[in-house]
Design a protein around this ligand. Structure first.
Ligand code: KG4
Ligand code: ZN
Length: 333
């Protein structure tokens, strides 16, 4: 079965074709992402109106490129899976309306997918993972710990009380005048810095050891910059900030792991592309008898292969959604 995935929840317009067998094993035939970084860079963050307007221009060419790369045509597609929330409502609507139009015209099933479910299942595109598994979802909009009990059954153990980890990377990069999006730039810069140069505060949420908080560290960096610290290089500050965020992600993750039977920790979402987080979490997991897996970079950040993957298990069960479904900016999992 060939499933076309469409994702436009934020600033990336993405499409993918995956092939699934009845055993549920998926193979990615093609995955294309039209990135809008150039458009939003001058504003230092995503401008929702510009994101949705740009999706209108790029979504059809992205779908055409995806089909060409997969070596198939629209008539070969058996079903469509599309993100219907959470996200920016204008952006979501472009992908959803496009998917509805295609499903109607081709008379094939349509599945509306939760973006977070896509991130949770993205590791399955490349790894065989026994369920239940523990998943740390870290992106620009979300930072949460989940137990993936089964397809469609997700138990949230902890979440951020304020900023998402990716948001903290982006805001600190902006404060440091490094550009947008900040995560990748800080990751690069930190390679040449001293991680122990600046002592930054690690937030603990009282009474909720599995929750996260990143607004304090952002304020600490803002104060540091405002007070001027001539002896601290941008490399040192980037490395110290990144190390602290990595520690703040690892502590609740391993605390959650200790409440479960050993198995796999899946690291997923845009911040899962962070090189230091991948290394440190993998070490921390191994030290306590866990396996850590993280998708390739292209499946960490927003992509449509993970959306097609999340839609595929419902299709295999014979489920589909009606053409009446709506985009929901705050869709719950
Ligand atoms: O999952 P994603 O593509 O979009 C959302 O659903 O939010 O995540 C984007 C986030 C941005 O905040 C970006 O700065 C961050 O992922 N990111 C990184 C890295 N690459 C992307 N953060 C830290 N290190 C990286 N290498
Ligand atoms: Zn995402």
């Amino acid at each position: 079965m060939l499933i076309l995935g469409i994702e436009s929840s934020c600033d990336d317009a993405a499409c993918a074709v995956i092939e699934t067998s009845h055993a549920g094993v998926a193979q990615v035939r093609s995955s294309v992402v039209a990135n809008q970084d150039e458009i939003h860079r001058r504003y230092g963050g995503i401008v929702p109106e510009l994101a949705s307007r740009n999706h209108l221009v790029t979504i059809l060419p992205v779908i055409e490129d995806t089909l060409a790369a997969a070596g198939c045509a629209l008539r070969d597609i058996d079903a469509i899976a599309v993100t219907r929330g959470p996200g920016l409502v204008g952006s979501l609507l472009v992908g959803l309306m496009c998917a509805k139009g295609l499903a109607q015209a081709l008379a094939i099933p349509l599945i509306g997918v939760n973006h977070i479910e896509g991130h949770l299942l993205a590791p399955l595109l490349e790894y065989r993972i026994a369920m239940p598994y523990l998943a740390l979802v870290v992106s620009g909009g979300h930072t949460s710990l989940f137990v993936v009990e089964d397809f469609g059954q997700y138990r949230e153990l902890g979440r951020t009380r304020d900023d998402a980890a990716g948001e903290a990377f982006d805001k600190v990069a902006k404060l440091m005048g490094l550009g947008y999006p900040g995560g990748r730039i800080i990751d690069e810069l930190a390679r040449r810095g001293n991680r122990n140069c600046v002592k930054l505060p690690q937030a603990h949420v009282r009474g909720a050891p599995l929750d996260f908080s990143f607004s304090g560290i952002k304020t600490a960096v803002a104060l540091l910059i405002a007070n001027g610290t001539p002896s601290v290089t941008p490399e040192d500050l980037a490395a110290s900030f990144q190390e602290t965020v990595v520690e703040m992600l690892i502590r609740p993750t391993m605390a959650a792991a200790r409440t479960l039977d050993n198995g796999t920790i899946a690291l997923t979402g845009g911040v899962a592309a962070n090189s230091r987080l991948r290394t440190r979490l993998s070490e921390a997991a191994a030290a306590e008898g866990w396996r850590m897996v993280a998708p390739s970079f292209k499946f960490c950040t927003d992509n449509a292969a993970m959306i097609a993957m999340a839609g595929s298990y419902r299709l295999l069960r014979g489920e589909c959604d009606s053409l009446d479904q709506d985009a929901e900016a705050s869709l719950a999992l």
